[in-house]
Design a binder for this molecule. Sequence first.
Ligand SMILES: C[S@@+](CC[C@H](N)C(=O)[O-])C[C@H]1O[C@@H](n2cnc3c(N)ncnc32)[C@H](O)[C@@H]1O
Length: 312
Amino acid sequence: MQSQTDLKQKLENISKVFKIEDVLSIKTSNEYTQKYYQVNKIPYSLFHTKTDLIYMGVSRDGIYKEKDLLEAAKTVEKYLKNLNGNKVLELATGRGANSFYLAQKFPAAKFYGVDISRGQLDFAFKKAKGINNYFPNFGDYHDLSKFESGTFDIVFVVEALCYSMDNDKVLAEVYRVLKKNGVFIIFDGYLNKKINQLTSDEKIASGLTEKGMAVEKFELYDSLISKAKENNFKIEFEENVSQFVIPTMERFERKAALFFKFPKLAKLSLYVFPKEFLYNAISGYLSATLMKINVCSYMITVLKKDNFLNND
Ligand SMILES: C[S@@+](CC[C@H](N)C(=O)[O-])C[C@H]1O[C@@H](n2cnc3c(N)ncnc32)[C@H](O)[C@@H]1O
């Protein structure tokens, strides 16, 4: 109940700075995503972390620490060791922090990456220059045709499958490029309830959070799992880590709260900074609350290319 009141108050504070209907009516696309990441190139480094590990930390003890941001890389590391693998593909490799970390740890393995945003990839290209086993590429993860079938031990994606409006296609492509017994590791956020089960505040808040981070629509986790099964993946592992990402989200919430505390000043900033940057404050302000009231969830999912169903 406390959090529902909290949500209402936050929506009211947001409406003092932004026109809620304008934000909700944004139509995202690859072009919008590219612009968003270009605009946020410097702010992301200033407001998140200088290590380029720009995602949620998994803080199992409830206290945020910078090393919690390495959970995804460490998960890939564990599977790579178990599979004795040597070829990994990162979808939406972004600034490349995860693949770069892994490439240094496994000098004999090769790490490939694709991303559509130059604003992100510029950082990845810089990292790749320093080593000889990380290969970031410009490319859309819906089309992995530049990669041969059955060649990767692991494909992974961190907080980026949510940008796809056709993740069936991504799943099919990933299935194709994986070796037998290969795994697809996904770290991402989801909607936890169907739209018609949300209160009107919850609906507005989740819509604003999506658009604030250039996402068209968060998917229901069950829907992703059904599609994974239809694409012949077996569910190897899944963990709901929603409560463990809240400490990272609360860091953003504190910064965003400062922005919304002074609405007149915040409104003035609309004349100075691009909207695609300022909208981040909305997502940062609402995400922790949406997790706490169970509207959204954050999952670690490992899908395995199932040998029994396919001989390819
Ligand atoms: C929230 S960031 C994830 C961070 C990224 N995994 C990293 O390690 O820096 C989302 C990333 O997804 C990328 N992205 C979104 N849609 C994409 C697509 N269709 N194909 C490839 N990358 C995409 C964006 O350009 C952005 O770099």
